[in-house]
Ligand binder design. Sequence first.
Ligand SMILES: [Zn+2]
Ligand SMILES: [Zn+2]
Length: 240
Amino acid sequence: MKLTFLGTRGEIDPKTKRHRMHTSLLITYQKKRVMIDCGTSWLKKLKSLKPDHIVITHAHPDHCWGLKNGAPCPVWTTKETWKLIKSFPIEDRRVLLHRRRKKIAGISFEAFPVWHSIRAPAVGYRIICGDVKFFYVPDVTWIPKIHSAFRDIAFYIGDGATIIHPMIRKHAPSGQIFGHATVRQQLTWCKKQKVKKMIVTHCGSGIVRNEKRAIKHIEKLAEERGVEVELAYDGLELIL
Ligand SMILES: [Zn+2]
Ligand SMILES: [Zn+2]
């Protein structure tokens, strides 16, 4: 199995060579390629990329507006996300149910609802590919079923929108919390759930504007928690 971080930039203006494209992960397994998320910056590149399947986490522009002109392959996401992108001219629409495992090109995907947005309900995916298990959630405030989500995973791929500054707000009518957990909080989740490694993607301005300083900061936070950390960048490949 190969993981390619096609894009690692969040919904921010700053971009660099290492964080140019909107956050997207490509899993290559048994010669098939599954792309997770397809934000605005992928709109004109999707045809040449030619994935076999696309899986979407939520309906924010940096995660699915690359599908505004349709898709060259089946697209998989939750009912909640389909409702929000129903006007996109996607021909082959497949539904993923919460907490129900589904094999896509031989790879098992299980959608876990996460807190992130009131208007665009988000999920993270527990992914099992061969004998490698990991969890992928580019945008997240909190994972309600974190214990099941993180059980026996080799690594967690999480949200780099902010390192330590809170980006969390409360939706007054419902009391629901939304936004982005800090990298510091997510490293603490890993420590508590005994997950050895976090890979940081969906980078925010704090990382993109001064990456060298950010890496030092993130490494220190990780070391304090006894967790390994790696900062993803556009084009990073991991062979597992
Ligand atoms: Zn995002
Ligand atoms: Zn989002």
